[in-house]
Design a protein around this ligand. Structure first.
Ligand code: SF4
Length: 422
C-alpha cells in the first residue's frame, strides 16, 4: 500500500524547499512532486537499505570499521575534519566536539564557496532578511555573480516571482536586475542585465556606492558598464520600496573576494539611508549555512579552525582544508558528507589520496570510493531526523519518512568520540 507524505523538505540546496510531496511504497520512492531536477535526484538516487562499511575496499562489520577508525586516529598527529555542509546541525555539533577532542583542524565547504562572505560579515556586518520577506515584500531584486536558474532552480518560482502579501501581481510587481560576467540562464529573466568585466566587480560596487551618495564618478564606463546606466541603477536602488540583493560565488571566488562582498554589504547598508534594503548570500549546500552557525557557536569562528593548541584558533588561508592539505600538513582526515576528491585542486586532492581517510557519506562518492574507511550513513529528511539552516539563516526541522536502516552521521560521530575518549 503506497503512502503519500506532504511538506517534505529537500536538503539538496540552500533553498530547503519545504513543500515537496513524496509517494513511497515499502521503502521505495514511487513519485516526487514539486522538486526540481536536482531535488528529484536527491530523493530518487538514494537507496536507504542497510549497507556495510568498507575498510580498504572490503566490506566489514560496523565494529571492525570503528576499530579501524580508532587505529587511524590514534596514529595521527595532525588530523583534518572536513565537510559538514550536507550534514544536519546535530551532526555538525558532534563534528566540532570530535575535532576539539582530537586536537584537529576543522573546516567546512564554506571555505571553498562563501568563506569570503563570512570574512566580510565579520568586517562590515550583514544587513539581511528572510526569504519570506523577499516573497511578501521585495519589489526590487539585485542578483550579483550568481545564477539561481542553475544553482537553485526553484528560487525564482518560490520567492522572486511568487505572489506575496505586498506583491500580489508576483513578477509584475518586481524589478529584477542581474549583474554577471556573462549571460546565463538566469539573465533571460531579468529586466536589466549588466555585463561586468571579469574581476572588476569591486570597482562597479564602489562606483554605485558613490552614486547612491550623490558623489561624482569619472569615466565613461566602469568595469565595462556605461556610467549613465550605473547612475540610473543607483536611482532605482534608492527609490524602490524594499530591495534585496542576492550574491554568489561570482563575487566570492573572483578577484577581490571578501573585499567584493564587503563592498556589496556596505552598498546595502548605505541604501538603508534611503529605503529598506537587505542582502542574502545564495548558499549552495543544504546546511552550509548551519555549518557556519554551529562552528561559530562551538568555537567562536565560522570555518578554518584549529584545535591543535587545545583552544580554537582561526586561520583562513592556513587552516582552510585546501591549504592545510596542499601544504602536506594533514596526516589523516575525517570527511563528513562531502566529496573533496572530486572538487579540490589537484595538490590538495592528491594529498588526501595519500593519507588515511575516514568518510561518512550516504552515497559512494569519489572520496568515499578511495577512502580507507567508508561509513554509509542515512540522509536526514529521508531516513533520519535533524535540523538544517536555510540560506537565510532560518532553521527547519527535517522529518524522516522511512524507518532508518543505517546510523545517522550524529550517531557515528558520537561513537567515534567514544573511541577517542578511550
Ligand atoms: S531548489 Fe534546491 S531545495 Fe528546492 S527542490 Fe531544487 S534542489 Fe531541492
Amino acid at each position: 500500500m503506497s503512502e503519500r507524505v506532504e511538506n517534505v523538505i529537500c536538503t539538496f540546496c540552500g533553498c530547503l524547499c519545504d513543500d515537496i510531496i513524496v509517494e513511497h511504497d515499502n521503502g521505495k520512492i514511487l513519485k516526487v512532486l514539486r522538486a526540481c531536477a536536482n531535488g528529484q535526484g536527491h530523493f530518487r538516487e538514494y537507496d536507504p537499505s542497510p549497507r556495510s562499511p568498507r575498510l580498504r575496499g572490503k566490506e566489514v562489520s560496523w565494529e571492525e570499521a570503528y576499530a579501524g577508525a580508532s587505529a587511524i586516529l590514534r596514529e595521527s598527529h595532525s588530523p583534518l575534519v572536513y565537510g559538514l555542509s550536507s550534514a544536519v546541525t546535530e551532526a555538525q555539533r558532534r563534528a566540532i566536539e570530535f575535532a576539539d577532542r582530537l586536537g584537529a583542524v576543522v573546516d567546512s565547504t564554506s571555505s571553498v564557496c562563501h568563506g569570503p562572505t563570512g570574512l566580510a560579515m565579520q568586517g562590515v556586518g550583514e544587513p539581511t532578511c528572510t526569504l519570506g520577506e523577499v516573497r511578501n515584500r521585495a519589489d526590487l531584486l539585485l542578483y550579483w555573480g550568481c545564477n539561481p536558474a542553475a544553482s537553485h532552480p526553484r528560487h525564482f518560482a518560490r520567492y522572486s516571482t511568487a505572489k506575496g502579501k505586498l506583491t500580489p501581481e508576483g513578477r509584475r510587481d518586481r524589478t529584477m536586475v542581474i549583474v554577471d560576467v556573462r549571460p546565463t540562464a538566469a539573465t533571460k529573466a531579468a529586466d536589466l542585465f549588466l555585463q561586468v568585466e571579469q574581476g572588476r566587480d569591486f570597482e562597479v560596487l564602489a562606483a554605485l556606492r558613490a552614486l547612491v551618495k550623490g558623489r561624482p564618478v569619472r569615466g565613461e564606463s566602469i568595469g565595462a558598464i556605461p556610467r549613465e546606466i550605473l547612475i540610473s541603477l543607483a536611482g532605482r536602488l534608492k527609490s524602490c520600496r524594499y530591495g534585496v540583493a542576492f550574491m554568489g560565488m561570482g563575487l566570492t571566488m573572483t578577484r577581490g573576494r571578501d573585499l567584493n562582498v564587503a563592498e556589496l554589504f556596505s552598498l546595502v547598508s548605505d541604501l538603508n539611508d534611503y529605503t529598506r534594503f537587505s542582502v542574502i548570500p545564495m548558499r549552495g549546500h543544504g546546511n552550509v549555512a548551519g555549518a557556519d552557525q554551529v562552528t561559530t557557536w562551538q568555537s567562536g569562528f565560522p570555518f578554518a579552525v584549529s584545535f591543535a593548541q587545545g583552544y580554537p584558533q582561526y586561520g583562513p588561508g592556513e587552516f582552510t582544508a585546501v591549504d592545510f592539505l596542499a601544504r602536506g600538513d594533514a596526516d589523516a582526515a575525517v570527511i563528513i558528507a562531502s566529496d573533496p576528491v572530486a572538487h579540490f585542486p589537484r595538490r590538495a586532492a592528491d594529498r588526501l589520496r595519500t593519507i588515511p581517510t575516514i568518510v561518512l557519506d550516504p552515497v559512494e562518492s569519489l572520496t568515499a570510493a578511495e577512502a580507507t574507511i567508508w561509513m554509509p550513513t542515512g540522509v536526514a529528511g529521508i531516513d533520519t531526523a535533524g535540523s538544517s539552516y536555510r540560506m537565510d539563516g532560518v532553521p527547519l526541522r527535517l522529518r524522516p519518512f522511512f524507518k532508518a536502516a543505517r546510523p545517522s552521521d550524529e550517531e557515528v560521530l558520537a561513537r567515534l568520540i567514544e573511541e577517542v575518549r578511550r
